[in-house]
Design a protein around this ligand. Structure first.
Ligand code: UGA
Length: 427
C-alpha cells in the first residue's frame, strides 16, 4: 500500500519508518523543509532507538519526504495525521496544527479521483475526528464523507521503545465511520501478529486517553501508597510486589517515586479532565492523579530539608534530568520542579544526566552540568536521584567524593551503603 504520513515528530517518523519496514511505500510530509531533507538523507529528525537504522535502510527506496501535500496525496492511498496536539493554557489540547493539516489534506484531495482514506493518529479527545477533522476535510475537498474514508488509529508507543512497540503491539485500535475505510487501514497492519480492535472514531480516541490515564492512575496510586508506607516505616516496593501478583492488578507501573513526566501522561490526563468538565462531569479521580503527581517532587525537597536544614549555599547533586531513562526528553521531567525549588532555597545545583544535560541547559542556565555522576557528586552536601537510569544502579565509590554522604533516592535505584545516609522517597 502507498501511505503518506503528515508530521515528522516522534509518532510520524517512527510510524513512517515502521510502515516502510512492513513493505509499504511511504511519503513523509512536513512543512519544515529541514526535517524533510534529513528524512531524505536517511537521518532521523529525532532520537529514537533503532530509528536511524530503519531510515538508513529505507530512505530513497521505500521512504521519501516532501513538503508538497498535493504530491503526497496523489501518490498515496491513505494519509496519517501525526502532528502535535500541545496543551493549551487550561490543559485542553490545542488543535491548531491538526486543523491546518486537515485543511491542507482536504485541499490536496479536491482533484483526486481515486478513493483515499484519512487517518488521525495524533492524540485527540473524543469527537475530534468526527466533529473537527471531518468537516474541515469536507469543506476543503468539496467531497462528502464516503467519497473518501475517515478513521482514527491511536498510537501506543513508549518513547525510547517506540520501534519495538510498533512492531510488537499488544493492541491495534481502528475507529472508522464505515467498514471500507476501516478495512483499508487494517490491511496496513496485516504483517503484524496482533488482534485488531474495530470501533467508531470516538471510541478509538477514548481508548487512547483511558490507556494513558489508567497507567498514570496506577503511578499516582502507587505514590500515594508509598507516601503512607514511608510514614509507617513500610517498604512500599515489598507491598506492591506482592499486590502486583494478583493477575487482576499486574506487576507493571506500580513503581512509586518522584512521579510521572513526559509529553503524554500529564498532557493526556489534563485533556481528559478538560473534556469531562466540558460535558459537565467533575472527574475526581483524574484530578487527584494530577494533584498527587504535582506534589510528589516537592517531597524530595522536604526530605532533603529534614536532613540538611537550611539549603542556602549547600551543593546538591541532581542525578537524572530526563523524564525517564533512555531518552534526552525533559518535557515535564520531575527534575524541573525539584531544581526550581532547590534554587529558590539558595542551593547550588550540580547536575548530571547521561543524555539530557544539553536540553536541560535551555531551561536552567544557572546550574552546573557535569559529564559524569562522579563529577556531579564531588564535594556535594547531598544527592537527589531523579531518573531511573540503569547506570545509577552501579554507582558506589563515586559517593566517596561527597562532602556529606546523604542520598535521597526518588526512583528506588540504589542499594544503601553502611557509611552513607540513604533516604528513600516512599520506602
Ligand atoms: C507513555 C505510554 O507508556 C505509551 O503507551 C504511550 O503511547 C505514550 O505515553 C504516548 O501517549 O505517546 P512515555 O511517555 O514514553 O509513554 O513514557 P512511560 O515509559 O510510560 O513513562 C512515563 C512516566 O512514568 C515516566 O516519567 C516514568 O518515570 C514514570 N513511571 C513509569 C513511574 O513513575 N512509575 C512507573 O511504575 C512507571
Amino acid at each position: 500500500m502507498r501511505i503518506s504520513v503528515i508530521g515528522t515528530g516522534y509518532v510520524g517518523t517512527v510510524s513512517a519508518a515502521c510502515f516502510a519496514q512492513l513493505g509499504h511505500e511511504v511519503i513523509c510530509v512536513d512543512i519544515d523543509k529541514s526535517k524533510i531533507d534529513m528524512i531524505n538523507a536517511g537521518i532521523p529528525p529525532i532520537y529514537e532507538e533503532g530509528l536511524a537504522e530503519l531510515l538508513e535502510k529505507h530512505a530513497g527506496k521505500k521512504l521519501s519526504g516532501t513538503s508538497d501535500y498535493r504530491y503526497a496525496v496523489m501518490n498515496s492511498d491513505v494519509s496519517f495525521i501525526c502532528v502535535g496536539t500541545p496543551s493549551g493554557p487550561s490543559g485542553n489540547i490545542e488543535l491548531g496544527i491538526v486543523k491546518a493539516a486537515s485543511a491542507s489534506l482536504g485541499d490536496a484531495l479536491k482533484d483526486k479521483k481515486d478513493y483515499h482514506v484519512i487517518v488521525v493518529k495524533s492524540t485527540v479527545v473524543p469527537e475530534t475526528t468526527e466533529k473537527v477533522v471531518l468537516p474541515i476535510i469536507e469543506k476543503y475537498s468539496k467531497k462528502r464523507s464516503g467519497d473518501f474514508g475517515i478513521a482514527m488509529n491511536p498510537e501506543f508507543l513508549r518513547e525510547g521503545k517506540a520501534i519495538y512497540d510498533f512492531m510488537h503491539p499488544d493492541k491495534i485500535v481502528i475507529g472508522s465511520l464505515d467498514k471500507k475505510a476501516g478495512d483499508l487501514v487494517a490491511s496496513l497492519y496485516s504483517g503484524l501478529d496482533c488482534e485488531i480492535t474495530r470501533t467508531n472514531p470516538r471510541t478509538a480516541e477514548m481508548i487512547k486517553y483511558v490507556n494513558n490515564a489508567f497507567l498514570a492512575t496506577k503511578i499516582s496510586f502507587s505514590n500515594e501508597i508509598g507516601n503512607i508506607c514511608k510514614q509507617l516505616d513500610i517498604n512500599t516496593y515489598e507491598v506492591m510486589k506482592a499486590v502486583g501478583k494478583d493477575f487482576r492488578i499486574g506487576p507493571h507501573f506500580l513503581n512509586s517515586g518522584a512521579g510521572f513526566g513526559g509529553s503524554c501522561f500529564p498532557k493526556d490526563v489534563k485533556a481528559l479532565i478538560g473534556k469531562a468538565k466540558s460535558i459537565g462531569y467533575e472527574p475526581l479521580i483524574l484530578e487527584s492523579v494530577i494533584k498527587v503527581n504535582e506534589k510528589q517532587p516537592g517531597r524530595m525537597v522536604l526530605l532533603l530539608k529534614k536532613e540538611l536544614g537550611d539549603l542556602k549555599c549547600k551543593k546538591i547533586a541532581v542525578l537524572g534530568l530526563a523524564f525517564k531513562n533512555d531518552t534526552d526528553d525533559i518535557r515535564e521531567s520531575r527534575a524541573i520542579p525539584v531544581i526550581n525549588e532547590l534554587l529558590d532555597n539558595g542551593a547550588e545545583v550540580s547536575a548530571y544526566d547521561p543524555m539530557a544535560n544539553e536540553n536541560m541547559s535551555r531551561i536552567f542556565g544557572n546550574i552546573k552540568y557535569n559529564s559524569s555522576a562522579a563529577d556531579a557528586l564531588k564535594e556535594a552536601d547531598a544527592c537527589l536521584v531523579m531518573t531511573e537510569w540503569d547506570e545509577f544502579k552501579k554507582l558506589n565509590k563515586e559517593f566517596d567524593m561527597m562532602e556529606n554522604k546523604l542520598i535521597i533516592d526518588g526512583r528506588h535505584m540504589l542499594t544503601p551503603r553502611k557509611d552513607t545516609k540513604y533516604v528513600g522517597l516512599c520506602w
